[in-house]
Design a protein around this ligand. Structure first.
Ligand code: FAD
Length: 296
């Protein structure tokens, strides 16, 4: 099948791109095209116009700030995957990247596209929500920053307003000296979207007691979901397999899990309990082994 006819624009400024989007509510951004092009080919997307943002200066790159790392929307997955800055300061994102599709997809796919596309199983949104990061949205007249935890409103739905482009994501950097990460995922085949995924970051003190914790799940509910109450309940404790499993089970028991013909809500919740517990224990063990952690 061929796409329905559309116009194509490749502006050289963010302002011009946002104006094109504001002038035509059926216009859409094309970034890496790894999701949009198949959607066009299957006629699941029928935009009037593609606004290609790949030639706009300043939208790509990884920048160190004081307490976070800013990743520009056009930064390719492969660049993030290989970045020593990300590996050192946001290791949870490094650990998640190899799970994003296949290597050729990561060469073209972008961080902004992955977040804007808002697939409930996508790894980059999961890490951003887990770490309580922020998202910058720009239009022709200015920009605003919103917490990632308020950005996703449903499957493939976000708070992006007409005329806006997602320009960057900020991933918080933890300063604790003993910090570790754990990322776990179940998919039918490696490279497929996750059925269920869990990401965790844990800091411990010299005695091994948890002093900071973040945990999130993807593929279970219709948006990536942080579990701050579960995380808080573990701070001040020394993890055991049983305590972490019990806390994970309590956190997933009342979730309203998605269902599809292959995966029941009950399966998703059972898998989430196991992956949360595994990710937390992996993060805690990683933290214990770390002497320098993820400090700047
Ligand atoms: C076979 C296959 C397997 C995949 N597996 C996974 C996987 O396991 N995990 C995963 O996370 N992803 C997976 N993907 C998706 C891949 O990660 C895409 O790269 C990503 O979802 C979209 O990024 P993109 O840059 O290609 O965006 P595009 O395809 O160009 O755009 C996707 C959507 O986002 C919008 N958009 C893009 N950029 C912006 C922006 N800056 N501001 C506002 N809106 C924007 C577009 O208008 C469009 O609606 C897979 C894709 C394929 C084809």
């Amino acid at each position: 099948m061929k796409p329905v006819p559309f116009e194509y624009e490749r502006p050289h400024s963010l302002k011009a791109a946002c104006q094109l989007l504001a002038d035509d509510e059926d216009a859409v951004i094309i970034a890496g095209g790894q999701t949009l092009i198949p959607m066009l080919a299957m006629r699941l997307a029928r935009p009037s116009r593609l606004v290609d943002i790949s030639r706009i200066d300043g939208l790509s790159g990884i920048e160190e700030q004081t307490d976070n790392i800013t990743v520009g929307c056009m930064t390719r997955h492969a660049e993030v995957e290989r970045s020593p800055v990300i590996a050192s300061h946001v290791p949870l994102l490094s650990a998640a990247m190899p799970w994003v599709g296949h290597a050729p997809i990561r060469v073209r796919g972008t961080i902004g596209g992955s977040i804007a596309n808002a697939d409930p199983s996508a790894e980059v949104p999961l890490v951003l929500v887990t770490l309580d990061g922020t998202i910058t949205l720009s239009n022709a007249t200015g920009s605003r920053t919103i917490p990632a935890r308020s950005f996703f409103s449903g499957p493939m739905m976000t708070e992006i307003q007409p005329g806006e482009c997602l320009t960057a994501a900020d991933f918080p950097v933890w300063q604790h000296s003993r910090t570790g990460i754990g990322f776990r995922e179940i998919a039918k085949r490696h490279g497929d979207f996750a059925m269920v995924a869990a990401s965790a970051q844990v800091s411990v003190d010299a005695t091994g007691k948890c002093i900071a914790c973040a945990i999130g799940i993807g593929g279970v509910t219709d948006t990536p979901l942080a579990l701050p109450e579960l995380a808080s309940s573990l701070v001040g404790t020394a993890f055991t397999d049983q305590s972490v499993h019990d806390a994970a089970k309590a956190a997933t028991d009342n979730l309203s899990a998605m269902s599809d013909p292959q995966t029941s809500p009950e399966y998703r919740k059972r898998a989430a309990t196991k992956l949360i517990a595994d990710a937390l224990m992996a993060a805690r063990n990683d933290a214990l082994e770390t002497s320098e952690g993820v400090t700047t």
